[in-house]
Write a protein of this length. Structure first.
Lengths: 438, 431
């Protein structure tokens, strides 16, 4: 952060993940090495490279509602796609954690929202009646029938259920956040970029508190097809929980997931004055991009290198002052290697411990940055870095000091969280935990 | 503080293939609205839109073939960005540090591959009409065979920002925000903040969008947000008029090169104006309607003025959000009155959506460029079709014809579905 800027601390955490809802359950799974990837049960799938994913099972968005908002939430649920419900639940949890559950604790005009979110696919059965009605058995689609009879059969609010900005909008309405509201749709870099932007907004004095992070659900038939067409997906046929293997020589691609991770970011003096818990501080951030004209990422990881260096510079830290790196680690053969090369170039001789959490829950895409950041934050505050799950044969080509097997004790609570998209868009955050918070 | 100026502009709109042709059409008061030609909308409640009709990427770049399978979103963005970059001359600057050259767009999602998608749903549904349900296993199996990888990839809203970074070698910060109709204004505002803070020196910013597709028109028709004045396309978008009945979908892209002032001066760039104010608020009211007293709109205009260190009487022109929906135009008018006080009656306001329709995510960036051209040429585009002003809309909306006036400071509003409000203030650069 620039010396002239206000400092930004983390005062609340909310998490809904395939391995646990709430920080304690989440950390218990991370520290115990328990993965949540399993055969997808939400609906039958067939023909995909893999039928496994990280699902949030038994999710009830009402379970985390602030009591005073339960009625409004219940009314709004029918307007909320699953991504929105995940985000709203995590946001309410974080607001409660930050001691902001009662209204009137903050000035609503100084309270904003900045989230990462993705393309949300429509529920297929909301469209199937109108589409079949407008198609002949042989498959010819008749636009005229669609216009006359199809459109009137669809829910009036249909479009608004699936707009990516609706995660932030519902949260701002329920919790009364009248400050800045933004939604960043940059896939795996999205929630890191949103946290960085929310930090800048507080740092320059435009808001005192921001709800930041991200949410996504790729557990949808169309999303799974889309990912399978675009990404190298894991073809693992063994034990489902072992499908996603970051930095392992046997890694063979992505595993989809879903979830939400929300942070309450707050100006430091504001937090101290109201006696809020302080879990950590955002020290810096950086972003870069190495999209190539022919498509795909640069195998050398130049974009990630730019992002990591910019984040370190912004934090005013040297590589040796970083306790560990929480890497993207999608378990894709190309991107894990590119990322490893970037980390090695940036850290050089300062062999930094590296972890990656997708082995536990798959790729939460727009939500992965914040969910994974919370994993490291909980870890450093409890004195341990979670291990890379399913990395049994570390790829010598990656040549990183991976945290393997079990958590590794740490006394340096400063870490970097980095993520990378298929276009080589990279975003990194430098965070310092506060072990005294536990 | 580091100051941020505009050194390049490019746009593709329903009324023009580039900056000057769009500007010429707006000053003439020409409507770009007509019958929808992109698909058969004959039985849709709304059969009209403002299409970028003759758009052909080959007119802008040599490698158009490479982008043939990509969405209109991407194609518009590439054309507008190419023009903005050329306009700025930034590629000719040997001193450009590419790690400090970024992209921040407010692009909409690419359109769904409607023909393939409906065919897939139809083939994999059990039952027909009411109660029909998709067999998801058949859907996933069939989808892998019939859906087109590029068409699917293009729907992700962060995609154009990646494409532009690859084309122009922009290796710095890369982001896309999507806050409905406020997106590209918000992208410009946040890109300016990145440069001010020192995180980048040059940002390619703006937006691109087309929702003129079957699901787009369906979705907005279901919300009864679109005009159904199908028999008089050119008269359908009528902001602030008593007979307005909804907005008209437009499509296109507006792109700007934002640059730190000293960086621009060092390379001898032509400066087209300065971004001096940015306000960003949320209504926190309803997902379907803006706040009935314009609470968030007022707050964002006030914030932009405060950031610019300007008073209401310093604003020479307002480019309104002015969608031509019943609620927006009266609430925006109310908000301008609350923000500007007595001055509200003296500041000329226009809605260029009366001619271009609503470019949704791309609207704000195109309208910011309109403000810069107003400053450049000392002439303000009109609000066309304002024949019978709504009694609630009693300000000076520059009806019918463009008007000459020296403009040094212009404000543009963008309000998005769900309650995001953005105001930008652009100012003549005078050293």
């Amino acid at each position: 952060m620039l010396r002239s800027e206000r400092r930004v601390v983390i005062t609340g955490l909310g998490i809904v993940s395939p391995i646990g809802v709430g920080p304690d359950a989440y950390w218990s799974a991370l520290s115990g090495g328990r993965g949540g990837v399993d055969t997808i049960r939400a609906f039958p799938v067939d023909g995909l490279p893999t039928d496994v994913g990280g699902e949030v099972r038994g999710f009830d968005p009402k379970a985390h509602a602030l009591p005073r908002l339960l009625k409004s939430l219940r009314k709004s649920l029918k307007y909320m796609a699953r991504d929105i419900q995940l985000a709203v639940a995590a946001a309410m949890m974080a607001v409660t954690d930050a001691g902001l559950a009662e209204p009137g604790r903050v000035d609503p005009t100084r309270f904003g929202v900045d989230l990462g979110a993705g393309l949300i696919s429509s529920e297929l059965n909301e469209l199937a009646p109108a589409i079949t009605l407008s198609s002949t058995e042989s498959g010819a689609f008749d636009y005229r029938t669609w216009g006359r009879e199809g459109i009137p059969g669809i829910e009036p609010i249909w479009l608004l259920k699936y707009l990516p900005n609706m995660l932030a909008c519902h949260i701002s309405i329920l919790i009364d956040c009248q400050g800045p509201s933004n939604t960043i749709t940059q896939a795996e870099a999205a929630s890191n970029l949103a946290i960085a932007e929310a930090t800048r907004i507080i740092a320059r004095g435009r808001a005192d508190i921001m709800i930041a992070g991200g949410a996504d659900s790729k557990i949808h038939p169309l999303s799974l097809v889309r990912m399978s067409l675009l990404e190298q997906m894991s073809r693992w046929r063994g034990e489902p929980s072992q499908a996603c293997k970051p930095f392992d020589v046997r890694r063979d691609g992505w595993v989809p997931g879903e979830g939400a991770g929300i942070l309450i970011l707050e100006e430091r003096e504001h937090a101290i004055k109201r006696g809020a818990p302080i879990y950590g501080e955002i020290l810096g951030f950086g972003s870069g991009c190495d999209a190539r004209p022919g498509g795909g990422i640069d195998p050398e990881g130049v974009g990630m290198e730019i992002a990591l260096k910019a984040a370190l510079k912004d934090a005013g830290l040297t590589p040796a002052e970083i306790g560990h790196v929480n890497a993207h680690g999608a378990a894709s053969p190309v991107s894990d290697l590119a990322e490893a090369r970037a980390i090695r170039r940036v850290f050089g001789d300062a062999r930094v411990p590296v972890t990656a959490l997708k082995g536990y829950m798959g790729n939460l895409v727009s939500g992965c940055g914040s969910v994974e950041l919370i994993g490291s934050l909980l870890g450093v505050n409890r004195g341990a870095v979670p291990a890379v799950l399913n990395c049994e044969q570390p790829d010598p080509g990656c040549d990183l000091d991976l945290v393997l097997g079990a958590t590794r004790p740490v006394d340096n609570p400063t870490f970097i969280k980095s993520n990378l998209t298929r276009h080589g868009q990279a975003a990194a955050l430098v965070v310092r935990g506060n072990p005294a918070a536990n | 503080m580091r100051r941020v100026v505009v050194t390049g502009m490019g746009m593709v709109t329903p009324v023009g293939r580039d900056l000057e042709s769009t500007w010429g059409a707006l000053l003439e008061g020409r409507s770009g609205v007509g019958r929808i030609s992109l698909f058969d909308a004959e039985t849709f409640p709304t059969k009209i839109a403002a299409e970028a009709r003759d758009f052909d990427l080959a007119a802008y770049v040599d490698d158009a073939d490479r982008w043939a399978d990509h969405c209109r979103n991407t194609q518009f963005a590439i054309a507008a960005a190419r023009m903005a970059v050329d306009h700025s001359g930034i590629e000719q600057y040997a001193g450009l540090d590419r790690a400090r050259f970024g992209v921040y767009l407010g692009s909409g999602e690419g359109q769904q591959d409607f023909p393939r998608f409906v065919d897939l749903v139809n083939r994999t549904s059990v039952g027909r009409g009411v109660g029909a349900q998709v067999d998801t296993a058949a859907f996933t199996r069939g989808g892998l065979e019939t859906l087109h990888p590029i068409r699917e990839a293009e729907q992700e809203p962060g995609t154009p920002a990646g494409h532009l970074a690859s084309i122009f070698g922009a290796r710095g910060p890369n982001a896309n925000c999507l806050t409905a109709c406020a997106a590209s204004s918000q992208a410009i505002g946040e890109a300016v903040e990145l440069i001010r803070r020192g995180d980048a020196d040059v940002m390619l910013s703006g937006g691109t969008h087309s929702m003129i597709h079957p699901f787009g028109v369906t979705g907005f028709n279901l919300l009864t947000a679109l005009s159904t004045r199908n028999d008089e396309p050119a008269r359908a978008s009528r902001p602030f008029d008593r007979e307005r009945d909804g907005f008209i979908l437009g499509e296109g892209s507006g792109m700007l090169i934002l640059e730190e002032l000293e960086h621009a001066k060092a390379r001898g760039a032509t400066i087209h104006g300065e971004v001096v104010g940015y306000g960003s608020t949320a209504d926190a009211f309803r997902i379907t309607d803006s706040h009935d007293e314009g609470r968030g709109a007022i707050a964002c205009m006030r914030e932009a003025l405060a950031e610019a260190g300007l008073n209401p009487e310093d604003v020479d022109y307002i480019n309104a959000h002015g969608t031509s929906t019943s609620v927006n135009d009266s609430v925006e008018t109310l908000a301008i009155k609350k923000t500007f006080g007595e001055t509200a009656y003296r500041v000329p306001i226009s809605s260029t959506k009366s001619m271009m329709g609503h470019l949704i995510a791309a609207a704000g960036s195109v309208e910011a460029i309109v403000c810069l051209l107003t400053i450049r040429d000392g002439v303000m585009p009109p609000t066309i079709n304002l024949e019978n002003p709504d009694p609630e809309c009693d300000l000076d909306y520059i009806p019918h014809a463009a008007r000459r006036k020296a403009v040094d400071v212009a404000l543009t509003n963008s309000f998005g579905f769900g309650g995001q409000n953005i105001a930008l203030i652009l100012r003549r650069y005078a050293g």
